[in-house]
Write a protein that binds this ligand. Structure first.
Ligand SMILES: Cc1cc2nc3c(=O)[nH]c(=O)nc-3n(C[C@H](O)[C@H](O)[C@H](O)COP(=O)(O)OP(=O)(O)OC[C@H]3O[C@@H](n4cnc5c(N)ncnc54)[C@H](O)[C@@H]3O)c2cc1C
Length: 447
């Protein structure tokens, strides 16, 4: 019988003097709550509970936590590594070369009959959502790369005036369906109207805002058209040789950026959150072609009735996406009380306080102020990240800010990779110093 060597477990230990009190990252990854933090922000590891999963060892930014092995365990580990390498060698498969012939993607499949880039102009009470104009700017680049027209389409009642706005933001054509059943957004009539338009004119790309309304419509339309939809894209480009839309978005919990293609179906559909892409300049004199499309649907055929519109917008609630200056705090702030320091800085510079998901999960700020993948995407003129490590899920929500200042005591923190100005140091020394300097200078911040 072959003796399989066991991997020794060892013990998880804190190495004296190496912890930088990064904000309890080790504690946050521990799946069995075996780590408590002391007053200095250093971990106390309970080896009775610890299952030696080594997550804290990998997470520690200063290599302060080790998986300690006794001399005997070290010998066992060497035997184990040798055995593992030999097994891997035996098991390694011969490289295979696969040639995938996508039979459907030929001239006969009809996908080359689809032409043009379309943007859905979401509107409520005749006022367009800004994301439509942001998408027209991106749509223009895509249409230019494909050498096709850029069109906008608007659904609603009394919405023709939006055509001029769409032209000003870059549309060559605007399709309008003006109909009483489209007065308020309801999935069924909006899907029907969109699908009819798309089947008639066959655009190769459709872009929609990833708002509540846009998400609902895009998903239902893609299902009806039996095509692909990539939600919450952060990047859109064209593979000019294949005429394919390259749709980039965070995947696997934000750990990778995936580029997704809709190779065999048309239209290629993508949604993008507001504020992810910049608007282009509005040119009032720009004009284009308006196409009024008809639509026959009787109100009696629609199951959903709108009885009353009740706005959910809480007037007292701050909208961080509209703020030009954001002072954002993370786990490094260590408690709710310390967020007062950020409020002071925000007041000094005329900004608004936001934060990472850790700050929200800890109850230090409210969820509507969260920046990132599961929070808001922001595009302020100035973003000051205080005690935020810069996890990819946070970066995707703020990396397009015009100017980013990061303050962090860990010089290897990923936030510095997107920062225009990085300050390595303790927030509790740096922020008061900045506030003092601003207050002393009597400077006026022009936003
Ligand atoms: C599916 C999914 C979605 C997610 N969505 C989001 C999201 O929308 N937004 C988001 O933010 N996160 C999101 N996360 C969580 C994300 O992965 C990170 O866990 C989170 O962003 C970490 O927050 P943080 O940077 O505040 O904390 P940490 O990563 O713990 O960083 C704290 C930082 O503070 C620094 N620090 C500590 N003390 C000081 C001090 N005194 N002075 C200076 N620096 C100090 C440390 O060096 C460290 O870099 C998501 C995760 C998943 C899996």
């Amino acid at each position: 019988m072959v003796q399989i060597p066991k991997r020794p477990k060892g013990t998880i230990l804190l190495i004296d003097g190496k912890c930088i009190a990064c904000g309890a990252r080790c504690q946050s990854v521990c799946p069995v709550d075996a780590i408590e933090m002391n007053d200095k922000g250093e971990p106390i590891i309970d080896n009775q509970i610890c299952t030696i999963c080594r997550k804290c060892v990998k997470e520690c930014p200063s290599d302060a936590i080790e998986n300690y092995l006794t001399p005997e365990e070290k010998v066992q580990m060497t035997e184990f590594e040798v055995w593992k390498a030999s097994v891997a060698k035996q098991a390694s498969p011969k490289p295979k070369v696969a040639v995938i012939v996508d039979e459907k993607k030929t001239e006969d499949s009809g996908i080359f009959d689809w032409k043009g880039v379309w943007v859905f102009v979401e509107q409520v009470n005749g006022k367009a959502h800004d994301v439509a104009w942001e998408l027209l700017a991106k749509g223009k680049t895509l249409a230019t790369d494909l050498n096709v027209e850029l069109a906008a389409f608007v659904l609603g009642e009394n919405i023709s005036h939006l055509a001029d706005e769409a032209f000003g933001f870059g549309a060559d054509k605007v399709f309008i369906i003006d109909h009483p059943t489209l007065k308020f957004y309801r999935t069924d009539p909006y899907v029907l109207a969109t699908v009819n338009l798309v089947n008639k004119y066959k655009p190769e790309i459709i872009l929609m805002g990833a708002t509540g309304l846009g998400r609902d419509l895009a998903g239902a339309v893609a299902t009806k058209l039996r095509t692909g939809l990539t939600a919450d894209c952060t990047g859109l480009t064209i593979d000019k040789d294949k005429r394919l839309l390259e749709q980039t978005r965070p995947a696997f919990g934000g750990n990778i950026m995936a580029t997704i293609l809709t190779e065999t179906k048309r239209p290629q559909m993508a949604s993008v959150r507001p504020h992810v892409m910049p608007k282009s300049e509005f040119i009032k004199s720009r004009k284009g072609e308006i196409i009024f499309e008809t639509f026959s649907l009787d109100e009696s055929e629609i199951h959903t009735k709108v009885l009353e519109i009740i706005s959910s917008a809480n007037k007292g609630q701050v909208n961080i996406t509209g703020s030009k200056i954001l002072i954002s705090g993370g786990r490094g702030m260590t408690n709710k009380e310390n967020f007062k320091l950020l409020e002071e800085l925000a007041e000094a510079v005329g900004g608004v306080v936001s934060g990472s998901r850790s700050a929200v999960d800890n109850g230090w700020i409210e969820q509507p102020r969260q920046v990132g993948q599961t929070g808001k995407t922001v595009h302020p003129k100035l973003y000051i990240a205080c005690g935020i490590s810069g996890a990819i899920q946070h970066l995707v929500g703020m990396q397009e800010s015009d100017y980013i200042i990061a303050i962090n005591k860990d010089k290897t923190a990923p936030i510095f990779s997107v920062a225009h100005l990085g300050i390595v140091g303790d927030i509790f020394e740096i922020i008061p110093a900045i506030i003092k300097k601003i207050n002393e200078s009597n400077a006026t911040i022009v936003q």
